[in-house]
Every structure is written in structure tokens, then in C-alpha cells.
Design a protein around this ligand. Sequence first.
Ligand code: NI
Length: 185
Amino acid sequence: MLKHNDGAPAPGTPTIMALRTIITYPHPVLRQEAELVTVFGQELKTLVADMAETMYHAPGVGLAANQIGVARQVVVVDRSMAENKRAYITLINPVISAGEGRNTDEEGCLSVVECYAKVERFRKIHVTAQDVEGNPLEFDAEDRYARIIQHEVDHLHGTLFIDRLSLLKRALYKKKLKKILQEQE
Ligand code: NI
């Protein structure tokens, strides 16, 4: 019997993933407030698959949709903790509902070229979100995992990790970036 076609590929059809271009600072899309996701379908799955492909290709450990020019509340975070193995979690509409403790560690960002700096964040967080199917997710995260999630959730609200540095460090980075961009011309 024929099944109703809702536009989704037939079961077993491989998802064709595509690399997307990572947008870099100071592009304005990185400052946009990302919109809530309300439609959970094949288009969202394709976006997530592309984001994961783009993140691992970079390579990076987290990616927010704004970073590929899509201002929607979608992030992917690497969970493999091992090389050459891909395992990631998808967080749709993530909210950090509680945080405790503080720690400081080095961060970088695929959208902020040639910048690594120590950032203070919550050591442990409580997260609510939805998965790619729209099912509710709720969990605690600690240390490195918590740090990546905080960094990615910041992206969804137009915040970059360099905004959390001292004025002096940010000014030095802007100066360095200006020089890098001039050399590329
Ligand atoms: Ni980033």
C-alpha cells in the first residue's frame, strides 16, 4: 500500500550532507538574536546534518546555526571525547536554566579567527532544550561539556566569547584582526 508522502525521504535513504560556509566576526549575522524553532521536519534535520558535517570538517567541537548564517535556535555539540569518532548532541531552543560554580579555561571560536583566550563560565549547568524531533530534553552538564554549551547558547543571543574578555584584550584582538584582514586584501 502506498504511504502518504509527507516530503520525508523513504526510510533507509542516506541523508546527503553538505558543508556550509562558516561566517566570521565582524559579520552582523553573528549579532542577531536567533529565532525559536517551531517546525520540526526534514528541513531541520538537513540543517543539523550540515551543521555537524561543517563542525567536524573545520574541525570544531560546537557550532551554532548563526555561524552558517541561519539565525535560528539550533546548536550541535561534539560528545565523542575521542578522535576520529563522531558523536554529537543536537540542542534546539536550548535554555540554561541554572548554573553553579565557576571555572576558567581557554576558548576559541570558528567564527573568531586566530583568537584564543581564557573565559570564566559556570562549571555546572542545567539545560532544557528539544531534540531534532521536538522531544523535550533536560540534563545537567559539567566542565568541558558545560563550557561548550554556554559558548554555543551565547551565539544564539548574538554574544561572542570575545565579549566576555576584558576591554583591553578585546581591543588588542580587534587590532590584530584589522592587520590580518589588511594582509588578506
Ligand atoms: Ni563559537
